[in-house]
Design a protein around this ligand. Sequence first.
Ligand code: PAF
Length: 283
Amino acid sequence: MEIIRDLNQLSNWRQAQAKAGRNVAFVPTMGNLHNGHLDLVKAAQSRADQPSVLVSIFVNPMQFNDINDLARYPRTESDDIAQLTRLNVDAVFLPKEADLTPKSDAFTIRIDPGELAAHWEGAARPGHFTGMATIVTKLFHLVQPQVAVFGEKDYQQLQIVRRMVRDLNMPIEIVGVPTARAEDGLALSSRNRFLEEDQRRTAPLLHATLVDIAHQLRLGKPLDSVLETARTRLTSAGFKLDYLALCHPDTLDPLRTAESGILLAAARLGAIRLLDNQPVVIE
Ligand code: PAF
């Protein structure tokens, strides 16, 4: 596996892939890799055109609206590199912060994700999606992949990236990969390691509740009362809910009645914020 730390090295690697006639599949991450990330890598590796797979690891300061959250974000570079080596990834790109977010200039050009960022994570974390979309755009320009792979766990992020490549005519196929879960259903996340023992025991209730809501809606129960019951259940268990809503799967606008869509939820257990989602299919 080639370990790439500077932009010239990346450019040489990219040219070598083109010369060899190989497409590039790109997996952008912030490191602290878990099985969810490894699923993204495997999805990239299983593409029929057998592309070269490049994983980036960059904790993007632009997408953190809380400086403490940025400071305590886990950084586990040598373990990440070992995991990617074991998976036979072709290259890992570890950019220097100064190469992607230079402090010497005002850095005023940003990607505005528009209406898709108005609700949910966008409302809870102002500036988060602008920072995410800006850095993903920069990485796309540098890596020039044919395909880029993202997790469905960050559903709103995935929709914004899909929309961004469409609206800005970026010639990149975006692939979404289902959420990897622990055996008890908790969605894997780098932040789970900060859960205390009792919080870890409570955490799977978020997923279980979303699955139950989807089931109740399929049985024909009214949306308002099903959501209300779910909110009470989560709050009584100790969650502080940021949002829990049934949304249109593409626009992410909240739906007012029970219909097919996506349930989006964010809830805190102590200081730890958990995100999850669940499709609802009503025939
Ligand atoms: O999902 C993430 O880890 C990040 O938001 C991403 C896509 C790597 C951009 O920094």
